[in-house]
Design a protein. Structure first.
Length: 228
């Protein structure tokens, strides 16, 4: 049954989806706006840098939610991923969430072939096939497990291709592939569950929109890309 499902996925999903970090070697910047209930509240930006055979991806995310003029939820986060030959070697992030500090320090252990993680929610080892749960990397749609970029926690997920769908972003129309990404575990608390809808531009292997519902409707929408 597992082999049958894999065959169906390979037939339905374009082959250029199954790629690597090297697909982004010509990218300089990916910028996404963050909306809640239709109102822009912040941004999630990624900057790419190639040097000495390494691909470095820097992330900065910042948003705040206000109710009657009072801040009720804020995120300020910075992070960096470093790849060599499509392999993640290092990831580090620092996050301030509602004045609570979160962090991740991940390093590839060459001797054991695993990741060593020290994070605010998890410290230990992890399979080197797991992926950091950031929105620049389309590989998140082919992974069974992601590592939280905020806390280092390990989350099992199920990704399902829904359909092809025309979507307009900033006046440009895309024929995107729509996916759902959900937690594999059923008994998680609501604030720990993964439950996203994701739209992928398969021509550029680029995630152009992400939505989810949590005390309102949230959207991450592509604003701009810059190429080298």
């Amino acid at each position: 049954m597992r082999k049958f499902l894999l065959l169906i996925i390979l037939l339905v999903v374009p082959q250029n989806l199954f790629g690597h970090a090297s697909h982004y070697k010509n990218y300089k910047k990916i910028e996404m706006n963050i909306f809640k209930d239709g109102k822009k509240i912040g941004y999630c930006n990624y900057v790419f840098n190639q040097k000495n055979g390494l691909l470095e991806v820097y992330n900065k995310t910042n948003f705040e939610v206000k109710l009657f003029g009072v801040k009720i939820f804020t995120i300020e986060s910075i992070g960096v991923e470093k790849y060599k030959n499509d392999k993640l070697l290092l990831f580090e992030s620092e996050t301030l969430q509602n004045d609570k500090k979160k962090f991740v320090k991940l390093k590839f252990n060459e001797n054991e072939g695993v990741y060593d993680i020290k994070g605010s929610s998890y410290t230990g080892k992890a399979n080197s096939e797991y992926i950091i749960g950031n929105w620049w990397n389309h590989k998140i749609l082919q992974s069974e497990t992601q590592i939280s970029p905020l806390s280092g926690s390990i989350k099992n997920q199920i990704v399902t291709f829904i359909k092809k769908e025309k979507i307009k972003i900033n006046g440009k129309e895309y024929l995107a592939h729509k996916f759902s990404l959900k937690s594999k575990e059923k008994n998680l608390e609501d604030d720990k569950k993964l439950d996203f809808k994701i739209w992928l531009d398969t021509k550029k292997n680029l995630i152009i929109k992400v939505t989810y519902n949590r005390m309102g409707n949230w959207e991450y929408i592509l604003k701009n890309i810059e190429l080298n």
